[in-house]
Design a protein around this ligand. Structure first.
Ligand code: ASP
Length: 343
């Protein structure tokens, strides 16, 4: 008989959550997914059916790349109709990058995709893995009148559910490793699971899921700093096949006004290279023209990333370049929120 319970697919990609200590070297490395499930008998107590699928070779998330993102997207696409929600177990180091990219790759997503992981392995006595995993599954199971409450890519960590493309990993020590400075938490787990329904993404549910697998990584990211040299900037712009550059500027989008810097940017924009201005600050927004040190950037046609995170800025850029959006529409599309990634 077909079960009427909510069906959740658990996708294991790797990360600390499923790691063990190599007894010779003492270094943490990934281990078999089956063993992971044996470590959490509590999963059987949840009021949902859980199925699992694993990367053939689980990886430390430092080895994530665009092929791995396509792999995650395909696992979701292949099983989309058979499950009500998806929980992706992923290393915390690049979780915000992967989850942000997936938010762009999964257009018209109508079901929850919750990324989670942990700071300590699941077998560790003081592990944060169990709570993160169990609550992620509960969040992904939330339904009202048979429809999923959450219809977007999220990240759950240490009692908080965030919009994935608003998150950044900020702490390598605390259990509370992530933060979302420019957007409200989507839910908080205390004695009760409190969902902030007004902040959830409302997709167009009449449209079918469209999975985008073409990402273009011919891009570069420059974090400016006082003393940065012309040679450094020039060498980045000389990268073969370069299509776009993200500049992490100061504060509200400010950069040096030295003429060599502005000349390089102007020259490259005229060659069709997209240049995006995002801020190094974890909170707040780029406002080009607010200070004199950003007015020139605005005038030469630099794109504003507004209050986007670096992680989402990269994912959005690879996604839009993959779509081969013509030059004149590119700026408008980049500056428009597609998945709630900017205000
Ligand atoms: N290095 C690990 C990873 O990102 C850290 C973690 O999982 O928290 O895969």
């Amino acid at each position: 008989m077909k079960s009427s319970k909510v069906k959740i697919l658990l996708i294991y990609t790797g990360g600390t959550i499923g790691m063990v200590k190599d007894f010779k070297t003492g270094a943490l490395k990934s281990f078999d997914f089956k063993t992971l499930l044996d470590q959490i008998p509590e999963l059987k107590l949840l009021d949902c059916d859980i199925d699992t699928v694993s990367f053939e070779e689980p990886i430390d998330s430092s080895n994530m790349n665009i092929d791995s993102w396509v792999q995650i997207a395909e696992l979701i696409e292949d099983q989309y109709d058979d499950f009500d929600g998806f929980v992706v177990l992923h290393g915390s180091d690049t979780m915000s990058y992967s989850a942000s990219a997936l938010s762009f790759m999964l257009e018209n997503l109508g079901k929850p995709v919750v990324f989670t992981g942990s700071q300590l392995p699941i077998g560790d006595l003081r592990t944060d893995a169990k709570e993160n995993l169990i609550t992620s599954i509960q969040v992904a199971s939330l339904q009202t009148k048979g429809k999923p409450d959450i219809q977007e890519v999220c990240l759950y960590f240490e009692y908080k559910l965030y919009r994935a493309n608003r998150t950044t990993k900020l702490n390598a020590e605390d259990f509370q490793a992530f933060s979302s400075f420019n957007y409200h938490d989507l839910a908080e787990s205390g004695v009760h699971l409190k969902v902030n329904y007004e902040y959830l993404f409302k997709p167009n549910t009449r449209k079918k899921l469209k999975v985008h697998k073409k990402l273009d990584n011919n891009i570069a990211l420059i974090k400016v700093y006082p003393g940065i040299t012309e040679a450094v900037i020039q060498s980045i712009f000389q990268t073969p096949n370069l299509k776009a550059v993200i500049i992490e500027s100061y504060g509200a989008g400010n950069c040096t006004t030295e003429s060599w810097f502005l000349n390089i940017l102007t020259e490259n924009i005229s060659k069709g290279i997209h240049i995006i201005n995002i801020t190094q600050c974890v909170g707040g927004s780029v406002m080009m023209g607010h200070y004199e040190t950003s007015s020139a950037l605005k005038n030469i046609g630099v794109i504003s990333g507004k209050d986007i995170t670096t992680e989402a800025a990269l994912g959005k850029l690879m996604f839009l370049l993959g779509q081969e959006i013509p030059g004149n529409r590119f700026k408008t599309m980049y500056e428009t929120p597609l998945r709630g990634e900017l205000s």
